[in-house]
Design a protein around this ligand. Sequence first.
Ligand SMILES: Nc1ncnc2c1ncn2[C@@H]1O[C@H](COP(=O)(O)OP(=O)(O)OP(=O)(O)O)[C@@H](O)[C@H]1O
Ligand SMILES: [Mg+2]
Length: 715
Amino acid sequence: METADVVAEELLYVEAELQDIQDQIKALLDRQEGLYKRQSELKALLEECEASKSTAQVDSSVARDDWSADFEWDSRAEDIRFNVFGISSYRANQREIINAVMSRRDILVIMAAGGGKSLCYQLPALLCDGVALVVSPLLSLIQDQVMGLTTLGIPAYMLTSTTSKEHEKFIYKSLEKGEGELKVLYVTPEKISKSKRFMSKLEKCHHGGRLSLIAIDEAHCCSQWGHDFRPDYKNLGILKIQFPNVPLIALTATATYKVQLDLMEMLHIPKCVKFVSTINRPNLFYKVHEKSSVGKVVIDEIADLIRGSYSKNESGIIYCFSRKECEQVAKELRERGIAANHYHADMDVIAREKVHLLWSKNKLQVIVGTVAFGMGINKPDVRFVIHHSLSKSMETYYQESGRAGRDGLPSECVLYYRPGDVPRQSTMVFYENAGLQNLYDIVQYCQSKRNCRRGAFFQHFGEPIQNCNGMCDNCAYEAEVKELDATYHAKVIVSLLHEIQENDQRATMLQLVERFKVKIKELGDSIQPVSDLKKEELEQLIVQLLLEHVLKEEFQHTAYTTNSYIALGSLSKLVLQGKKSVMLEVCTRRHEDGMPKGAKRSRMSGLEIKLDELRKELSSSNEGMLPHAILSTQQISILSTQKPTSITHLQKMIGKVKTEKYGKRIIELIEHHLKSEQVDDDVPGAAASGSKTEGNKKQKKKHTVLIESSEEEEQ
Ligand SMILES: Nc1ncnc2c1ncn2[C@@H]1O[C@H](COP(=O)(O)OP(=O)(O)OP(=O)(O)O)[C@@H](O)[C@H]1O
Ligand SMILES: [Mg+2]
């Protein structure tokens, strides 16, 4: 009898052991699956690297052509760059690309948003005889570009659904017979694929030797692997077949290696010269801001950030998760005195365009949009992009935040993150191919309180690390992070989930946090002393455990929605067995720590504000022309420091064309400003109350010019 008991007891023990081993096998199999997946990803990545190395070798014949050498068109190009475009020096790769186009090569340009791709085909278009054809995906982009070129006195036209009959006639005649002045012609891809009439005119233009070059902007739209595939872009391959000797330049801001290969194949440019620039945007300050779970607090903080750092004429974008949220956030910002309006796909096209135009003309400070506010944004002076909610991937975040600072001036990208937003996004993306992994990559970016944000982008896009120069919160405020040992908390969470699962129950992240708190109370003094974690920190811990495969998300569909539940992940056992420790980064950083003072663009000076008003006035009197096309923010900044008072001096700063058009008004304004400054200095009582030392004199001056002084003081 006794023996039977002993045997039964051992049997129980063996069965428990077996169960344990089964669990471990399952965990290992899960882990194995994950590793296989990663293995194949890494293999593909390696192949890409090797392939790109060998292409680089093939391309070395190309590299032998030194695109930065001297060329016969150099001085003409310099003249057009400065006198027509008003650009004082080339940015990285621009000159080389222009030289390659002028050498009649096919070219693929990958250059970050705002890098200055347009100049790479617009300048050669002016250098060459004949007409340059530009294919661009969106009407709004085309309109902006044509307006900008027209302001510079360049004969640019577009052939779209909005083109008047009269213009259409002019364009066709010009293409066919070379009559009239036409230098740059913008079309949408539909024109190429659907209009036989247009193609036949283009053929005639080519036949007459007048088709100088073909540019395909936003070329990633050709590829199904890209993020913005447009079916009509697929047919653009016809261009190289019909016009084999005309140089074709394809341009895009982001293209993975796979997309690059796809583009070269689809556009029939296998021997193109490739110019790949860095993804780095050194003028952008990246920051992740802890997001309160109270909606109003978030809006208050965003409003404070905008009011505290930006004047009303400095524009920004706020990205939200849903259409409803956009409307709500815009409304609440308006209630706090900020000129904001929403933009999403549910609005009709006219309402949407109206909001976009007001914003482009600096009459609306902030657009609160969903992802629908995307590719058509051509505004170069967006000073801040705030994400009210998490993006769905690193790539989306890079693109959306990258709409800031396209003019190269310091700008800010702030992401409001709270772990509670993770399930909101995961329930939307989990069915997409690699959707969950892409989301977890950006979540990792947000959770990290030590790693350089910029470094995360380099890693994601497979580019060597470059110095951040303190242009992210983690690099700027490195020291203020402490690490907590959360191994015990993790153990409690895992055993709690065991219990929940054994009882055939489920828990959302919020429920798990609540149950954790109860459990900790129950365990009371019997446990080793652990530091108390706040609710937000517990959520942060749960998300970290998701990223570390200790936990995983499971999704359940109801008739109306999909819910995310937290379940045990493949490495949960290791935590229970004490084989895995869990450290949690906790931040002691103050909320208001933004862009470091040195990196920040100083607030607009009095003269800058006046010049900004002038460009707005000139833009209103020139229907459809955007203020930045009249004077860029950079040009305004140069003018306000140099204060030119003669046309010759002004021309050296903004070039001939703009000087001829607006020089008189600009000089008048500067002279008037200098006079009013002089008057302020000479105000009899100004120095009366204090000593006449230089310092005091300066101080007085600031007090007298009241409206402008608050801005000027910071300079
Ligand atoms: N060399 C330069 N110096 C100063 N400003 C420049 C230079 N080249 C271009 N810019 C300005 O930079 C801004 C962005 O240029 P552009 O629109 O060509 O960028 P992009 O590379 O096409 O960006 P996106 O991918 O967002 O379309 C414009 O305002 C343009 O006038
Ligand atoms: Mg562009």
